[in-house]
Every structure is written in C-alpha cells, then in structure tokens.
Design a protein around this ligand. Sequence first.
Ligand SMILES: [Zn+2]
Length: 141
Amino acid sequence: MGVRVGSGQGAVLIDLDQHPVLRSLNMEQEDWRWEDVFAADGQSRQAALGLIERIGDEEADRRAAEAIRLHDGYHPKHNPSGVDLDACPVCGREAFSADGQDDLGMDQGPGRCLVCGYERSPGLSDYLAAMAYYEVRWADD
Ligand SMILES: [Zn+2]
C-alpha cells in the first residue's frame, strides 16, 4: 500500500511496508527500545502535568495564544516541510509544535507543546506513526 507523505505539491506516494520503522516494530529484539521510549514519554508527561498545575489555566491560555505566533507552521514557499499546530495529548491545547511530519506521514512528528512543555521524542513519534499507519491499513482491508 502507498501512503501520501507530506502535503501540497511536494507530496509523494511511497510504499511503506518495508519502512525501517515498521520493520523494527515487528522484531522482538527491539522491545527494549520501546520500553525506554515509553519510560521517557511517561516522564515527559508527568513533568508537563506538573507544569500545568503550577502555571494554572490563565497562564496556560496565554501561552496557547502565544503558540500561534511562535510556531513555524507549513508554508508552501518558506516552510514546505512544516506542519500546523496540533492538539497537545497532555494539556489538550492547540499548541503542540511538531518539528515536521513523521516518517510515515501520519501527523505524529516529534516536537514539543508550547504550553506545557510535553515533548514527543523521535522514538515515540515512530511508534505512534506506525500505530496510525496500521490503523489505516486495517481499515482498508
Ligand atoms: Zn501541552
């Protein structure tokens, strides 16, 4: 199956079944890697929740408004590989600033929330992208 990667005119259709991210998910010897990735993600979530509690709703809303200005989103000419702000999985605000698209084009790119500081690592990005990819494949079959 092919998946569209990127957006706009630079989008390409590639066969992802042999992508290293998907292959690594299928190999048991890679289990240790995911454990480390999930542990780091748990720590990042805890830290982000702690920060949200300290700064309060008012400051969080102010930061969310500021995020729109700070985020370097998609632009056909100036930032063709950029992506738009996304909802943060921890604080829920539209302030998750991904560095770009993930390798599978599933909108799970690594980055950081500009409100709570939650960080999605490149490893977790790979994992979430692969899960989203399988969901799409499964829906297709
Ligand atoms: Zn957040």
